[in-house]
Ligand binder design. Sequence first.
Ligand code: ADP
Ligand code: ADP
Length: 232
Amino acid sequence: MIELKHLGKTYETSSGSVTALRDIDLTIQDGEIFGVIGLSGAGKSTLVRCINLLERPTQGEVWIDGQELTRLPQKQLLAMRRNIGMIFQGFNLLEQRTVLSNVAFPLMLAGEKKDKAQARAAELLGLVGLSDKARSYPSQLSGGQKQRVAIARALSTSPKYLLCDEATSALDPNTTRAILELLRQINRDLGVTIIIITHEMKVIDQICDRVAVIDHSSIAEEGKVSDVFTNP
Ligand code: ADP
Ligand code: ADP
């Protein structure tokens, strides 16, 4: 379970301070697909980056499975991060490495032996339907294929949580549907809890169980998708 308690984030910049999040209270249950929707600049990216402490909150607490992350020593924080996969709008693949090597990379960083890491990577490429691309380079893939590689990489350390920051925003509608279907399958078959940040209602509609609406750094509404967005 992920619990954000009175979470706040203010960036200090040369031209003054910018409050990106204000008093966020949110609970995400194990096994759900939770959506966070809002306009550009609302604070979504900051919110998702605070969950794994890629961004340090300036107020409040982040609890994951009974541990408060802002107080964890660095070593335990790194271990906790392996339990939280992340995918991005821009895929963030290593262009000089093959697809297989990209997926194996987090395991190598975690100290896994090369042959074991590559065997696991090959298995995950099968899961995302890209076994035939193992020896290709990212530049040889379509956007949807790149995101599949990124999903396989995010799953390499067998995380319990998967954070998706505008993961389908660079993709066309058909590819978006296919990637969301893959995320749903990962949620259902592997039991991974998924948090989806998006500015697109159709993404929330297609796969989310619950949703929070972020508006100007605060949560404006939260609940089951069908309750928050009732069709007139
Ligand atoms: P969203 O993901 O909803 O577009 P963000 O979390 O990226 O929103 O941004 C929320 C606000 O915080 C915006 O005003 C943005 O300009 C500001 N912001 C985000 N990251 C930084 C940063 N590293 N430094 C300063 N301001 C930032
Ligand atoms: P998104 O809308 O997906 O959050 P942005 O273009 O707002 O993407 O932000 C891209 C990157 O730039 C992020 O790492 C964010 O933290 C940073 N950023 C956003 N706004 C600012 C800002 N006003 N000052 C400095 N960095 C920023």
